[in-house]
Design a binder for this molecule. Sequence first.
Ligand code: GRF
Length: 207
Amino acid sequence: MLSRMNTKPALSIAVLGSGKGSNFQAIADAIRNESLDARIVGVFSDVSDAFILERARRMGIPAEFIDPAPFKTRLDGAAELNLIERLSCCGAELIALAGFMRMLKARLLEAYASRIINIHPSLLPAFPGLESWKQARNYGVKLTGCTVHFVDAGMDTGRIILQKAVPVLDTDTPETLHARIQVQEHAAYPEAIRMILEDRCPAQKSL
Ligand code: GRF
């Protein structure tokens, strides 16, 4: 494994998201305030009117809708090929999933092996899948949180990079719990990328 040397240009990151893009914003803000030596070279969404695209455009970052048809839950076929081409065109070295609601398939996973990361709103391996904060609350756990991990072919599986814990309060509603988890996510995602940049991350491939 090699560390990114001082002489290397900033790490080129592409962000994939389907929703409001607050984690994209947290990464972009960390870059803007120079706490992260990276640049976002493209933002891609499978949802044409996702707010993440709007946020990116407002910041002057190239933002593009990738039509996922005809697939409902995965990025496959022509959409997958299109995205691989777009990622290559913008020179992405690391792909950060930020609320991207589709499973990635083999071609993309192989093209960017060990270079795709995700953020998930629970302490994995507990509560993979959707609305993990509701799952945590319904189960009665007293501690949940968020996880940044490498992406593999599974659902919210893959080697864990970083976790942050959030207590579950008796007074929590699903909304208040999710909001407190998101505060931790916004610190965790830039921190995890920094760990990758500084080669402080187990089982990492050099970037
Ligand atoms: C986050 O809670 C993330 O953990 C999950 O999807 C949500 C995305 O939020 N994977 P945002 O679009 O970044 O605001």
